[in-house]
Design a protein around this ligand. Structure first.
Ligand code: GLU
Ligand code: MG
Length: 441
């Protein structure tokens, strides 16, 4: 502890940012002077439990306190906050790991894999918008000149955001992330930054660091960094695709068995579990009302939204929920609003169920599923992903495997809070309704 404190002190750090992630996938925390590092590592930094989304903790008594206990493996000075180092906390309540802390939920899921000698690695790909609020409070892309009909890989607009993108790149590299690529995505004002894949818990921690940095750097430039799944109805939304592989030491357990498929038998069984539990997984991977504006098949200005709607897998098939690649698969369902810890934990539970039951993922689909009608999808024995948050929540409630992975408290809190979110939306009268109905009858 002392060595760590002295080390940080020597790097100019005077304050710790003790950070955890709430149920909604939002970073929360507090500042603690470095002199109190010991307390952060032993008891943890204390918070009023019921003030944190999804804890279900009482207002009084020993279980009213939520402690974020620092994980020393995560200590990282923050380039955009000189003198401050982030340390990620695991939730503890009454001296015990807190079952509804998303990082603890993921730890439990990964421990099940570790019990078999396995390690999950994920590459999480954030897509995001850079926005501003224009006249009348309307949200619009921060860059007014970003207007191509097919904006993917737009090299006219990308350089206009070079200041932000470069600062983000430098910041992340300064935090030890290996940034692989940055591009303009399919919507106006939309970008993607990829960093190298890694052990699943580490990938989630890195994604949260990415979000913290991106919010701060965008705000400093008078822009809003947005991971809202679908800000503009006529343009593609933001995905948060997960590239997934399983390892035993340095041996890939998903590497194909020489039978022409992308994945080993174990990998196919894992994918089968992910498909079998796809409706329930959707609640965690696409957890907002707005998520379901993205997960529909349909035309957008650029010709396609590239977001899946069909529960299927196929080799290099970006139109399916699962796109297989040699030795790994891409889970394309999650959107940018997903809590990465909960989405990963649910994914592990589904995959393990596929392995335990020896499930078969069904035929690999090579067709362009975006051209299939719902009737064609059904005729091929395939299903569609839930088309609303309400449908996804019902699926989650009925899925024991995924609920067990989340644990009783988190399942109940998630369902309760997300149902309130759905009901609030459903009771809202939108401008679309007024336009359509006000003078119609
Ligand atoms: N933006 C698309 C989505 O919502 C994905 C585009 C891509 O494949 O990169 O999933
Ligand atoms: Mg993309």
């Amino acid at each position: 502890m002392n060595v760590l404190r002295e080390n940080l002190h020597a790097q100019g750090v005077h304050t710790l940012l003790v950070q955890f992630t709430d149920m909604h996938g939002v970073a929360k925390g507090k500042l603690v002077p470095l002199t109190h590092l010991d307390g952060v590592l032993t008891l943890g930094a204390g918070f009023a439990g019921p003030s944190i989304w999804g804890t279900g903790l009482p207002r009084t008594g020993p279980r009213a306190e939520y402690y974020a206990r620092g994980d020393t493996a995560t200590v990282q000075p923050l380039p955009w906050m000189p003198g401050v180092a982030r340390i990620v906390g695991d939730g503890f309540v009454d001296g015990q790991p807190f079952e509804a802390c998303p990082r603890q939920v993921l730890r439990r899921a990964l421990a099940r894999l570790a019990g078999r000698g396995w390690q999950l690695r994920t590459g999480i790909e954030p897509e995001f918008f850079l926005l501003r609020r224009g006249e009348g409070g309307h949200w619009r892309p921060a860059d007014d000149h970003d207007r191509l009909d097919k904006p993917s890989y737009d090299l006219k607009s990308l350089p206009r955001q070079m200041d932000f993108l470069h600062a983000l790149h430098d910041t992340l590299v300064g935090c030890g992330l290996d940034v692989l690529q940055i591009d303009h995505e399919d919507a106006h004002g939309q970008y993607e930054l990829n960093f190298a894949y890694g052990e699943a818990l580490l990938s989630c921690d890195r994604l949260m660091l990415f979000k913290l940095a991106a919010h701060a750097l965008a705000e400093a430039r008078d822009m809003v960094f947005s991971m809202m799944p679908k800000p503009f109805a006529n343009q593609p939304g933001s995905g948060l695709h997960f590239h997934v592989s399983l390892w035993q030491g340095e041996r890939s357990l998903f590497a194909a068995d020489d039978d022409g498929s992308d994945l080993s038998l174990l990998g196919r069984q894992f994918v089968a579990g992910v498909l079998a539990h796809a409706p329930a997984l959707c609640a965690l991977a696409a957890p907002t009302v707005n998520s379901y504006k993205r997960l529909t098949v349909g035309e957008s200005l650029s010709g396609t939204t590239w977001a899946p709607a069909t529960i299927a897998h196929g080799p290099n098939n970006r139109t399916a929920a699962v796109r297989t690649l040699p030795g790994r698969f891409e889970w394309r369902v999650p959107d940018a609003s997903a809590n990465p810890y909960l989405a990963t934990a649910a994914l592990v539970a589904a995959g393990l169920d596929g392995i335990t039951r020896g499930l078969d993922p069904g035929p690999a689909i090579t067709a362009d599923l975006f051209t299939w009608t719902p009737a064609q999808v059904r005729a091929h024995g395939l299903g569609l992903l839930p088309q609303s948050l309400a449908e996804a929540l019902d699926a989650l409630e009925g899925d024991e495997v995924v609920c067990d992975a989340l644990g009783e408290t988190l399942t109940q809190e998630f369902l309760r809070l997300k149902r309130v979110e759905w009901i609030e939306f459903a009771r809202h009268v939108s401008p679309w309704e007024l336009e359509r109905y006000a003078a119609a009858f």
